[in-house]
Design a protein. Structure first.
Length: 358
């Protein structure tokens, strides 16, 4: 029997998966670390390894979290909550690239060049939101073709991604496939934690692949395996620790959107700290301070913007994302939480079907 688009939400849709938040927290810190030019230059092999799996893992998670089983109005509102910050921050980044001596410097910025980067080839970390919006819209449309079964719809989505990649050139096909892999996981109804099971052997296998691969790429078989194995390794690490010890990473994992949006501001600013913090050859002090400054600054900026959005009309606020989520005791069961804590936990449960970056 054909699957109905209006099917009821499953238990996976309403229960927040702490392992997913933990993965997002670790991945967003890795993104910050290797967006620091000094770290990338002095640890090129580590950068290559991390770039092989960290954004593919984010895309798998985003495909898994993308909820297309809702009304057109609700879905388009969620896409708008990604599109508005994308347009604002990507526009600002393009202007910054034309005025500051960054690696993606634009020597001759014109209106045509501006539109090309904004619509077709985003700069900086914002390509992720660009890819997420396009993949999400295609996924939403294809899943509503009720004359096809689930497998046929997924194949159709893959073909659409291939066309957008090879013909239009607006997304990378490999990135779209990672997103689709996450969507397939969700459609399979197999719990996320059963597919990405924590295992110490996953770490050994990942190290073996890294040692044996001459060139690591996310599109290669070794890259796909590495993404899977690293996810399992991080989940194994989460299982070794209790929730309270991981509370900071879980909190960061629930606040990846403001960090993604505002981290370029602070990673660039951290360059001015190099003469003071690069007092030892490893750069660990510089890295540690930069991670704290970038994450904290991004979250603070997100919090300030959330407060300012309270002065906007409600019709406008509905089109903007909530940028900051407060930190609470996430380890306590619902029955032992205060009324405020219960309200927070309920908000967490409801947020699972919201923006994949939240």
């Amino acid at each position: 029997m054909q699957e109905k688009v209006t099917k009821k939400t499953t238990s996976q849709d309403v229960n927040r998966i702490l392992e997913v938040d933990f993965l997002k927290g670790v991945l967003i810190l890795l993104m910050i670390a290797f967006h620091l030019a000094w770290i990338g230059d002095h640890y090129p092999f580590a950068k290559q390894v991390v770039y092989t799996f960290h954004m593919p893992a984010f895309l798998v998670i985003s495909g898994f979290l993308m909820n297309v089983h809702r009304s057109l109005r609700t879905f388009m509102r969620s896409m708008c909550r990604l599109a508005v910050p994308y347009v604002v921050m990507e526009s600002a980044y393009i202007v910054m690239a034309a005025t500051l001596p960054i690696r993606e410097h634009i020597s001759d910025l014109s209106l045509r060049t501006f539109c090309e980067y904004l619509i077709l080839h985003p700069l900086g970390p914002y390509w992720y939101l660009h890819t997420l919006i396009i993949c999400g819209v295609v996924y939403f449309i294809a899943i509503r073709i009720t004359c096809l079964n689930t497998l046929s719809r997924l194949i159709l989505i893959g073909l659409a991604y291939y066309g957008l990649s090879s013909v239009c050139g607006i997304i990378a096909f490999v990135n779209a496939m990672y997103f689709l892999a996450g969507a397939v996981v969700r459609k399979s109804s197999i719990p996320f934690k059963r597919i990405f099971q924590g295992s110490s052997m996953a770490f050994i296998a990942a190290v073996t692949i890294i040692a044996q691969s001459s060139e690591l790429q996310s599109s290669a078989t070794s890259g796909i395996l590495l993404t899977f194995l690293i996810n399992s390794t991080f989940i194994f690490a989460f299982q070794l620790l209790n929730v309270k010890r991981c509370s900071t990473l879980l909190w960061l994992g629930q606040n990846t959107l403001p960090i993604l949006l505002f981290s370029p501001i602070f990673t660039y600013a951290c360059k001015w700290l190099q003469p003071y913090l690069l007092t030892e050859p490893t750069g660990i002090l510089f890295l540690s301070c930069s991670l704290v400054i970038t994450a904290s600054g991004s979250l603070l900026l997100g919090r300030v913007l959330d407060l300012l959005m309270n002065f906007l009309p409600s019709s406008v606020k509905r089109l903007l994302p909530q940028l900051y989520r407060s930190r609470h005791d996430i380890s306590a069961p619902t029955s032992t939480l205060s009324s405020g804590g219960r309200a927070w936990k309920e908000a967490c449960l409801q947020s699972f079907s919201r923006c994949p970056m939240e």
